[in-house]
Write a protein that binds this ligand. Structure first.
Ligand code: SF4
Ligand code: SF4
Length: 313
C-alpha cells in the first residue's frame, strides 16, 4: 500500500478514499492498458489497411481493401465512407459532392451518432497518437502550460473554418489539417507535412496540455457537437465514487468529469468526452464503465427527474 492509500480521508459516500496504483503484474498492467491497446490496434490497423491497399495492392474478392483518405474513402470497392465535416465545408463552397461521398458522410454521421462523436478522436485519428505521446512526455517531465486558453475556443475555430470555406470557396480546414497531412505522410510518404505534425507535437509538449485536440481542432469540435446525442456513454455509478479525482487527472478533457453533473445524469453527458476509456482504467472504485444512454437512463433513480438530467447534459 502506498502513502496516498494510507490516507484516512473519507469520500462523500463515507468510504475511505483510495487512489490508483499501477499493478505490479503484467496481467494487471494489461488490464489497465486494455483500452489504450485497443485504441492503438484500431488506429494502426486502419492505417495498415490504407497502406497495404496503396503500396501492396491488398484486395479481397478482387476489390481493393481500403482506398482514399480520411476525408473520403471506399471499403472493399462498394462501401463509401466520408468525413461529414469535410463534406460540409465542400458544400459551403457551393460545390455538390458526388452522390457516393454524400452517402459516405451519412454513414459516418450515423455511426458517430451511435458510437459517440469524439470516439473518432481517440480511436481513429492518427494524430491522437502524436498528441498522446506529447501528453505522456510532458507528464513525465513535469512541463507546465505557458498560457491558459479556454477550451471553448475550438467552437470559434469551427465557426471560422466554416465561414472561411463559404467566403473563399475552398474547404478551409482540409487545406491545413495536420490530421490529413499525417495520414498522407504515413501512407504516401510525401515529406513536408511532417512539419505540421511536429509543430502540433511541440505545441502540446511545451506550450499547452492537450493544446491541439482539447483546444483548437475544429474537427474535434464538430464531433463534440454531434456527440452530445450519441448512444455510447461513460456511465457513472454515484454511490461508489469517493471523489478521489484520479479520473480527472488522467482525462484529456477533464472539464467533462464534473462529478455533480455526472451524478445527476448517471453518465458523462458532454459531447467533448472522447470515449478513450482512460478514466475507467484508473478509477479504483469501478465507478465508470461504457454503457448505452437509454440503459443508463432506465437505471437512474426515480427521484432524478428528466429535467435534472437534461440540465446535467
Ligand atoms: S469516478 Fe473518478 S473521482 Fe470517482 S472514484 Fe472513480 S476515479 Fe475517483
Ligand atoms: S471522461 Fe473518460 S472516456 Fe471521456 S475523455 Fe475523459 S478519460 Fe476519456
Amino acid at each position: 500500500m502506498n502513502d496516498k492509500q494510507q490516507s484516512v480521508r473519507l469520500g462523500p459516500n463515507g468510504k475511505p478514499v483510495r487512489y490508483f496504483v499501477m499493478p505490479d503484474s503484467l496481467s494487471g498492467k494489461l488490464q489497465v492498458w486494455r483500452y489504450l491497446l485497443l485504441r492503438r490496434a484500431v488506429q494502426l490497423g486502419l492505417l495498415l489497411l490504407f497502406f497495404g491497399t496503396v503500396n501492396w495492392d491488398w484486395k479481397i474478392a478482387e476489390q481493393p481493401v481500403l482506398t482514399g483518405n480520411l476525408s473520403s474513402s471506399e471499403l472493399l470497392g462498394f462501401l463509401p465512407l466520408a468525413d461529414p465535416f469535410a463534406v460540409l465545408q465542400i458544400m459551403l463552397t457551393r460545390q455538390i459532392p458526388q452522390q457516393e461521398v454524400l452517402i459516405g458522410a451519412a454513414i459516418i454521421l450515423a455511426a458517430v451518432a451511435l458510437i459517440g462523436g469524439r470516439t473518432w478522436c481517440a480511436w481513429v485519428c492518427p494524430l491522437n497518437m502524436v498528441t498522446d505521446l506529447a501528453a505522456w512526455t510532458r507528464r513525465r517531465l513535469g512541463i507546465k502550460d505557458v498560457f491558459i486558453l479556454s477550451r471553448q475556443i475550438r467552437y470559434t475555430v469551427l465557426a471560422l473554418t466554416l465561414f472561411l470555406s463559404a467566403l473563399t470557396g475552398v474547404a478551409a480546414f482540409e487545406w491545413i489539417s495536420p490530421i490529413s497531412m499525417l495520414h498522407r505522410e504515413l501512407i504516401y510518404g510525401i515529406g513536408a507535412g511532417w512539419i505540421a505534425v511536429i509543430g502540433v507535437f511541440l505545441f502540446d509538449l511545451f506550450i499547452l496540455r492537450n493544446g491541439w485536440c482539447g483546444h483548437l481542432c475544429p474537427l474535434g469540435a464538430f464531433y463534440a457537437v454531434i456527440g452530445k446525442v450519441a448512444l455510447l456513454r461513460i456511465a457513472f455509478d454515484t454511490p461508489t465514487c469517493t471523489h478521489c479525482g484520479e479520473c480527472a487527472k488522467i482525462c484529456p478533457e477533464p472539464q467533462v468529469l464534473n462529478i455533480k453533473a455526472a451524478s445527476v445524469a448517471g453518465m458523462i453527458a458532454s459531447g467533448e468526452c472522447t470515449n478513450c476509456g482512460r478514466c475507467i482504467a484508473v478509477c479504483p472504485e469501478d465507478t465508470l464503465k461504457f454503457d448505452l444512454r437509454h440503459h443508463i437512463q432506465n437505471q437512474q433513480v426515480p427521484n432524478t427527474t428528466e429535467s435534472q438530467q437534461r440540465r446535467a447534459a
